[in-house]
Design a protein around this ligand. Sequence first.
Ligand SMILES: CC(C)(COP(=O)(O)OP(=O)(O)OC[C@H]1O[C@@H](n2cnc3c(N)ncnc32)[C@H](O)[C@@H]1OP(=O)(O)O)[C@@H](O)C(=O)NCCC(=O)NCCS
Length: 169
Amino acid sequence: MGVTSVAASPHVRPVERDDRDRIQAIVVATGHFTQIEADTALELVDASLAGGEVSGYLTYVLESPPGMVQGYVCIGPTPLTDGTFDLYWVAVDPAAQGRGYGRRLLATAEAEVRARGGRLVIIETSSQEIYRPTVGFYESAGYRLVARIPNFYRPGDDKLVFSRDIAPA
Ligand SMILES: CC(C)(COP(=O)(O)OP(=O)(O)OC[C@H]1O[C@@H](n2cnc3c(N)ncnc32)[C@H](O)[C@@H]1OP(=O)(O)O)[C@@H](O)C(=O)NCCC(=O)NCCS
């Protein structure tokens, strides 16, 4: 029984080249992103694959069961800051959402930030209705809305900035 539960538990690891197509499929399947946004998401994955940590992007995938990538997260240190990191992208296959995978990816991202001396995580998102569940996801993980720039993405579509202080107490 113990063996079964270990095999079934989600596993998060650094991205590998063979994950690229699956990540692309997940990004498209969410239905949340325009073509340009999806291309940009993949550019960050490609940068972390090509350059590793020095690229400024760190990408992790979640597998469950082993070998089956269900989601990914991409983070990186915010240039010209001391200990601030951006969470650039997080996505879970719609067929696997609501199982705690997103939260697990977020927790991994925060642990990696801490491991690098980071103290603050910033997430930017849009005020569009389609992102309301995503906002609920961030808030339930302890992120606080700290800024709002009206009409940033396009008229009527504001930029929302969430942050979480993850410095050890
Ligand atoms: C946002 C996203 C990554 C969440 O992943 P997920 O695996 O479904 O989330 P989890 O199952 O880990 O949920 C964690 C918590 O978030 C909250 N949450 C998740 N989905 C939610 C929803 N639809 N409405 C409200 N809250 C929600 C819940 O509080 C949940 O915790 P719970 O245990 O208290 O229920 C996923 O929905 C997704 O890929 N969305 C599309 C892409 C996207 O918007 N990415 C972010 C912008 S880059």
